[in-house]
Design a protein around this ligand. Structure first.
Ligand code: SF4
Ligand code: SF4
Length: 383
């Protein structure tokens, strides 16, 4: 009995953290069949779930930290085991017990930076709006149509700043009254929550909500599907509901209302990569395609793994901060798929995907073969 007691305690803790549905698993292994990890190495969500049901998750091993929360296996599970909730519960347990290893060093650094500066990149809060210098971007006021919330990567990352700038040009061209909160903006907290830092997520979320309410924000335009998911599906846990619009939806809206006009042709073959948190998690498959299909000359060719079957880029679930071996990167598989299709550009609508795919393109020496673009970067060229 003495031996069993601590495991029972762990089972109870996992339940409390949202891992209760693991008990429904009947070990069919469907999750392992669809998981992208099994294309590059051996990984078993089925095994993790089994260990969790016995109160024995090996939280110090990389296995618990592999899941990118791509959403593929929950869609296939016949018992609704909620694998993502389970793996986040295991990570909360690990974080609570102070599990520390080399793999998690960057997660610790990201969480310290989030707590101190509101971003995970060890950058100063004071520089959050630097991307907008030289662009016509105002501070948000209550009378404006929409708050533009660029999020962390487009605020600080050199590659992604170009996307935030493209958005500001498009919005100005369409005559949208928009503004930003700049240094008052915090990270949405999505990724750090997935690594088990629940308290830090709550702090970031509460501060953001307070800022939104104090500034009279009603409608929020986001670039990242991760911000979209958190604001739309997780912030309501705090009894607030803002109107959240992803940029792909907003572009569609502006084009359909005639506020944006396409004036040029774009004679290129492109393919579109569905980000997990836009597509599988939130069902936004059509709007980005509708935007691309409105551009004359552009030929959209679909990859075999598209829409619900899209291949994860590998950056979700906090993996953005965890180093992945070159030969284990899903983004490299995705780049090969696009190259095999014979397209000139791989287009997407997520900062994490762009980061991973750009790295894959360069790492595989496809600089002269394939370009990686955000959908806004194409639209900016044709309006
Ligand atoms: S698919 Fe569901 S029921 Fe089957 S092994 Fe995975 S978690 Fe268990
Ligand atoms: S959510 Fe995606 S990455 Fe995580 S175990 Fe399931 S299929 Fe694998």
């Amino acid at each position: 009995m003495d031996v069993e007691a601590p495991f029972k305690e762990i089972i109870e803790e996992l339940k409390e953290y949202g891992g209760e549905a693991s008990k429904y698993c009947y070990q069919c292994g469907k999750c392992d069949t669809v998981c992208p990890w099994n294309r590059v190495t051996d990984f078993s969500m089925r095994k993790l779930i089994r260990e969790a049901t016995f109160g024995l998750p090996e939280v110090e091993l990389e296995e618990v930290w592999r899941c990118t929360t791509c959403g593929k296996c929950p869609d296939e599970c016949p018992r609704d085991v909620k694998q993502i909730d389970n793996v986040v519960a295991m990570r909360r347990l690990a974080t609570g017990y102070g599990v520390s290893n080399e793999l998690l060093r960057p997660v610790r650094s990201a969480s310290a930076s989030l707590a101190a500066e509101g971003n995970p990149f060890v950058q100063e809060r004071a520089n959050r709006a630097d991307w907008a210098e030289g662009y016509d971007v105002k501070e948000f006021t209550e009378e404006m149509d929409i708050l533009f919330y660029p999020g962390c990567m487009p605020s600080y990352d050199q590659r992604m700043k170009k996307v935030a700038q493209a958005v500001s040009e498009i919005l100005n061209k369409a005559g949208v009254e928009f503004g930003i909160l700049g240094t008052k903006e915090n990270c949405c907290g999505e990724s750090i929550r997935k690594t088990g830092h629940e308290d830090l997520f709550k702090t970031l979320a509460r501060e953001n909500i307070k800022t939104f309410v104090e500034n009279g924000v009603k409608r929020i335009l986001v670039l990242s599907p991760h911000c979209y998911h958190t604001f739309k599906n997780e912030y309501p846990e705090f009894k607030v509901n803002f109107d959240i619009v992803h940029i792909s939806q907003y572009l569609c809206e502006l084009l359909n209302e005639g506020r944006l006009q396409i004036n040029k042709e774009y004679e290129k073959k492109v393919t579109y990569h569905d980000p997990c948190y836009l597509g599988r998690h939130n069902g936004i498959f059509d709007e980005p395609r509708e935007v691309l299909n409105k551009i004359p000359g552009l030929e959209l060719i679909e990859m075999a793994e598209s829409r619900e079957d899209s291949l994860c880029c590998g950056m979700g679930g906090g993996r953005i901060w965890i180093d992945t071996k070159m030969e284990e990167r899903f983004a490299n598989l995705r780049i090969e798929q696009a190259v095999d299709l014979g397209v000139e550009e791989l287009v997407t609508s997520c900062p994490y995907c762009i980061d991973a795919l750009e790295e894959g393109r360069l790492g595989l020496n496809y600089e002269d073969v394939l370009e990686v673009k955000d959908i806004t970067e194409i639209l900016r060229e044709v309006i």
